[in-house]
Design a protein around this ligand. Sequence first.
Ligand SMILES: *Cc1c(COP(=O)(O)O)cnc(C)c1O
Length: 363
Amino acid sequence: MTQKKIESLRPTYALIDLKSFAHNIEQARSLSGTDIIAIIKADGYGHGALKMAEYAWRNCGVKRFGVATVLEGMILREHLGREPMIFLLGYVDQFLHEELFSNNLIPAVFDDEIASAYHSYLVKHDRTADITLKIDTGMHRLGYQPDMDYYSFTVKYPRFRVCHVMSHLSSSDTDLEYSNHQKELFSAFIKKNHIKSNTSLLNSSGIANIKNEFSLARPGIMLYGYLYGNNEVALKKVMRIYSKVVHIKRIKSGETVSYNRRFTADREMTVGVVPIGYADGYSRRFSNRAEMRVNGVNCPVLGTVCMDMTMIDLTNVPLNGMYPEVEILGDNITADKWAELADTISYEVLCGISDRIPRIYKD
Ligand SMILES: *Cc1c(COP(=O)(O)O)cnc(C)c1O
């Protein structure tokens, strides 16, 4: 199918604004005062990892990327060539060590079992590799404890080149005191062990709230225009979702809308059908709660969100016989708003927007 046909399957699409992405990259750099590892895991937080990484690499001078899985890393390597540094932030299954090292993906080493497994592979293939050493300063997910013996580590695993030492904040968006405690532990570790390689601690909220004393930072969500909590950071939203009303009907007072009749009209109403539903990542929790924006008017969702369609109230929208455009996500109805309605965070909302919604890129 041609791009045109794919886009015309349904009038629902996500517009990805690459200039805004570039703006956010610059914000992340200037706030952190260092270069960044651009985090593009989970398909670039739902924006399309390849396109985002390619743009950052070619137009913004980003040389380091962070991914969650070997597959994400392999695809990026194939697409961007040999030069970019690709950091794997998570766990790698032993069946994938070949893919990991032959693609020069930089794994995080976070305990002796993993270290031995990687190191045996390198010995067997008579080679060395860059790695990230991951220190657990309080997230209690992955990482060596800060009292680990760094010198012994380097002696025991001579085929590792520790090019990066990192730790991760657990509460950078909600608890400054705990974050600073983690920062002190990490700084002390670096100092005690005379670490000369690159170091990083701060994710997006960390960058916004804490002074960066390390040589790199690892922004994710802020590159896409969101940050949890109050802040003064001037970010631009990268994704907007638009659609069109595809069907309009009038209903009478007392009539009901959608599955299980969870909405009853209390007057004569105009109902519009919009082709987006929970299979697209438009949560069923938005039933009777969310709004979409049509011709400058916020239109409540009526009744239950279906798998592929959602009904909205067009009663107050001047229609003049046209099927109007609908803003579903954007500056007026943000991912934070979606998150509030679905009792989650913007991260989950964004990476939950399914592949069925075509991404259209605008430079
Ligand atoms: C996801 C992730 C980040 C980016 O976090 P944001 O809050 O999106 O900025 C940074 N570091 C690690 C280890 C991560 O897993």
